[in-house]
Write a protein that binds this ligand. Structure first.
Ligand code: ADP
Length: 217
């Protein structure tokens, strides 16, 4: 039984690692963000409340999320394990999950994809998009042939609003404020947190590091 709790800041490649883990271990990816968006799509009444909450950037209440996750983890496809993504996000959620797992004699494996924020910022602020045809570039890894102009149609490349440095810093800070107490909770409870450096390597190398850390942990 592999009960994996995956943490990773914006830009850490968490989604890719979650996919690789679920494929490799044949266990489901349980993302509370995806599940909540799914609820919004399928239930008009409940959905409109949830949507307002999520769009305001606030967290959905612990009670709603805990119950939703409990129901999901009790499904047959999660019998051999799961990768939790976006949960727990608060101490109350971490405690709730801990009790649920304790009751089943399972100990969670906590993985933290740690990144150097300066590297992430460099990577994300280097992104450029052609406003005409939508082609994406990165000044560091995939620059246009002529400075700041699209290879395909010559339009001047633009920075998307959510790639601006101040926006990225704010997102990283918000992530830190929210996640740090939960990671500290695990560390203080004597729970090993597998810190994997995900700043610089391609996804398959990060994945090897994750596997090595899991074996050693
Ligand atoms: P992001 O990483 O951009 O916050 P997510 O897809 O993980 O995206 O979550 C989107 C929104 O869903 C959050 O802003 C929050 O409102 C809600 N949400 C997701 N997971 C949780 C959770 N564990 N507890 C409370 N709210 C959550």
């Amino acid at each position: 039984m592999k009960a994996i709790v995956l943490f990773g800041s914006p830009g850490s490649g968490k989604g890719t690692q979650a996919r690789m883990l679920t494929q490799c271990l044949s266990i489901p990816h349980v993302s509370t963000g995806d599940m909540l968006r799914d609820r919004i799509r399928h239930s008009v009444e409940l959905g409109s409340c949830l949507a307002a909450k999520m769009h305001s950037g606030a967290l959905v209440s612990d009670g709603v999320v805990n119950l939703m996750v409990e129901e999901r983890l009790a499904q047959a496809d999660a019998a051999n394990g799961f990768v939790l993504d976006g949960y727990p996000r608060t101490l109350a959620q971490a405690e709730h999950l801990g009790h649920w797992l304790d009751g089943r004699g399972i100990r969670e494996v906590v993985i933290h994809l740690a990144v150097d924020y300066n590297i992430i910022i460099g990577r994300l602020t280097g992104r450029r998009e052609c406003p005409r045809c939508g082609t994406l570039y990165n000044l560091a890894f995939h620059p246009p042939k002529v400075d700041e102009l699209c290879d395909l149609d010559g339009a001047k490349l633009a920075i998307r609003d959510d790639d601006r440095e101040s926006v990225i810093r704010e997102r990283l800070d918000a992530y830190d404020r929210q996640t740090r107490p939960v990671l500290d909770y695990y560390r203080n409870a004597g729970h090993r947190v597998l810190d994997v450096d995900a700043s610089n390597d391609p996804p398959d190398v990060v994945f090897q590091k994750v596997r090595l850390a899991m074996r050693a942990g």
